[in-house]
Each structure stands twice: as C-alpha cells, then as structure tokens.
Design a protein. Structure first.
Length: 152
C-alpha cells in the first residue's frame, strides 16, 4: 500500500498501536486513558487484517508510552505492534509481549488473597504466554488472562 492510500491519516510525531484485535480496541483506549488526552487521537476498528482477521488501529499524536503502560497493554492485547513516529517516519517498531511478571496490573480473583485484604500490589507470574495463564505470586491461584480484572 503506498503512503497516500492509508486507511487512517498519518501523524507527524507520536505512537501508532496496530494489529489490535477489533473487539479489544476500546479496552486499549480505556486502559491507556486516551479519552483524557488533549492531543489528537485517531481510533479505527474493524479494518481487514491478515494477521488477526479484523483489527483496530490507534494513532496518538505527540505521545509515547512508558514500559509500565506497555506492560498493561500486553494484558489486554498481547502481540500488538507499536510504531514510534518522528517527522512522519517510523523510527522504531516493536511487538508488545506479555512480560514474565505483572506487577500491580491485574486483580487476583481469590477473595481470600492477601492482595485483596491488605494495601499491597499484586504480582502475577505468567506461567503460559501462549494460553494466557497467570498465577498469583501470593496465593498460587491461576487465572486466564482473558478473564482478568485490570486494576485502574
């Protein structure tokens, strides 16, 4: 596809989040707090994709994400592609991967877990990235990454 035929307008500087599964697009918007930004944000979804069937794409002008934000993003939409844009050119491209440990991102679904009864951050070990299995560091309860509650 030539640059003039883009489905979504180009941005001068910022971040493009691409290959988001369509049904996760607005979860990504909420997770990253994009509705609160004053800079332009372009959100597209249900675009055809060879990689994920139908995809979402989000272009955020003048914004670059921290490692913590990227870790949070990996819980909702692992394997999305982040492109860092400077002066309309992609200067860096990286695939978001779920880290081996998640700190303070996911709520433990065990009501008896210490993290639900004491003021402390959760820690989950990612025991199977392919299947999306997380294990609470404190109570050993396993959770499916697709059915977790994200801590806001």
């Amino acid at each position: 596809m030539n640059k003039k035929e883009r489905l979504v307008a180009a941005i001068k500087n910022g971040t493009v989040i691409d290959h988001i599964p369509s049904d996760k697009t607005f979860q990504v918007v909420n997770l990253l707090g994009l509705a609160r930004l004053t800079a332009p944000v372009t959100i597209g979804f249900n675009y055809p994709s060879n990689k994920v069937g139908q995809k979402g794409i989000i272009k955020v002008s003048d914004r670059y994400f921290t490692d913590d934000e990227i870790s949070r993003l990996s819980v909702v939409a692992p394997n999305v592609v982040l492109s860092i844009i400077h002066d309309y050119e992609v200067v860096e491209k990286k695939t978001v991967v779920t880290p081996d440990e998640l700190h303070g991102i996911v709520k433990c679904n065990n009501p008896k877990c210490i993290t639900n009864n004491e003021p402390m951050a959760t820690v989950f070990n990612v025991v199977d990235k392919a299947l999306g299995i997380l294990r609470c560091h404190y109570c050993d309860k396993e959770q499916d990454i697709n059915h977790v509650e994200i801590i806001s």
